[in-house]
Design a protein around this ligand. Structure first.
Ligand code: FAD
Length: 303
């Protein structure tokens, strides 16, 4: 079995930054995951400090190179199981191989909930987006719609008022706190409650939304904000606690420690905002802390 000090699961911005910092501390660092499956892979990034125009793909390729230069090793596989055995963790890979680690960084990102209507998949990146914070700027002066009933959708709609020419919110039944509902009522967001989307129209770009009562909303952008879920099964199998409100994200402290000693988490899997800047910040802390944990652990077990 291949032995590592720190195994990082996830090769997105959080995992790569964790790898750079752990490897620079000269602990054996192995990163597991498939780079092209990072949500940053298809992103055009305009809001990352010091890089006004870049692509997620470029960042990920450079980030991996940087981590490799510091000695991190990469395994392009998915992890299918995690187990704690005495004072080490076993990382089961899809190929049937196992890795042994003294510390883990969980940086598996999230998967966004889909609407599942015609046009959604075809028009992704051509007017369909899952992230208001990321893409609001691309819809300056044009009409847009947000689909969703919870606080992410309502807050997203309010944010979009600053850029879009008009904002529609389509939602079966609003489920937000009174203060947010009040803000929404007082705003210029046009709420279509009790309705669902049946189709997103357009060929090369979004041209509109069709609702189940036949309403056609002539929008150029559709933000699907139905929430997201992290790849939590791997974490919960280790006994890692989730955030007590939504049970959708891993709970960490400021050192990115989970409740399980030696297990750290970073990036989207720890909750919103889903942003590269947050992911790399948390990745940095998790990588440094995981490396320190291993060093402390080694000095205790040294003969
Ligand atoms: C279309 C789009 C545009 C965006 N635009 C912007 C933007 O402009 N600015 C911005 O800041 N953010 C943007 N984002 C958000 C940004 O991409 C994410 O916040 C960021 O990628 C989160 O990094 P992460 O490392 O936590 O997760 P991810 O980048 O999603 O990486 C997760 C990694 O974990 C791996 N993984 C998952 N499960 C397993 C497993 N079982 N075994 C091994 N590996 C696993 C995946 O393969 C992947 O490598 C955008 C997102 C999208 C989808």
């Amino acid at each position: 079995m291949e032995k590592a000090d720190v195994v990082i699961i996830g090769t997105g911005p959080a995992g790569l930054q964790a790898a750079i910092h752990a490897a620079r501390k000269r602990v054996r660092t192995v990163v597991v995951g498939k780079t092209a499956k990072s949500s940053a892979w298809r992103a055009h990034v305009e809001n990352f400090c010091c890089m006004p125009h870049t692509t997620g793909q470029e960042m990920l390729i450079q980030g991996r190179r940087q981590a490799e230069q510091f000695g991190a090793l990469f395994v392009d596989e998915d992890v299918v199981g995690l187990e704690k055995q005495d004072d080490v963790f076993l990382v089961h890979l899809e190929s049937g191989r196992d890795l042994e680690a003294r510390a883990l960084v969980l940086a598996m990102g999230i998967s966004r909930k889909k609407l599942g209507v015609p046009g959604e998949k075809e028009l992704l990146g051509k007017g369909v987006s899952y992230c208001v914070e990321c893409d609001a700027n691309f819809f300056r002066g044009v009409p847009v719609a947000v689909v969703g009933c919870e606080s992410a959708a309502v807050s997203g709609a309010l944010i979009l008022l600053f850029t879009a020419s008009e904002v529609h919110l389509v939602c079966e039944r609003l489920q937000v706190a009174n203060t947010l509902a009040e803000k929404l009522r007082e705003s210029a967001v046009q709420v279509h409650e009790g309705l669902t989307v049946i189709r997103i129209e357009g060929t090369d770009a979004v041209k509109g939304l069709v609702l189940d009562d036949g309403t056609h909303l002539p929008v150029e952008g559709v933000f699907i904000e139905l929430g997201a879920k992290g790849a939590l099964e791997l974490a919960t199998a280790l006994g890692v606690d989730l955030d007590p409100e939504s049970f959708q994200y891993i709970l960490t402290n400021k050192k990115q420690e989970t409740n399980v000693p030696g297990v750290y988490a970073a990036g989207d899997i720890c909750g919103p905002p889903w942003q590269i800047a947050k992911a790399v910040g948390e990745g940095c802390v998790a990588g440094l802390e995981a490396a320190d944990y291993v060093r402390r652990h080694l000095s205790k077990t040294a003969p």
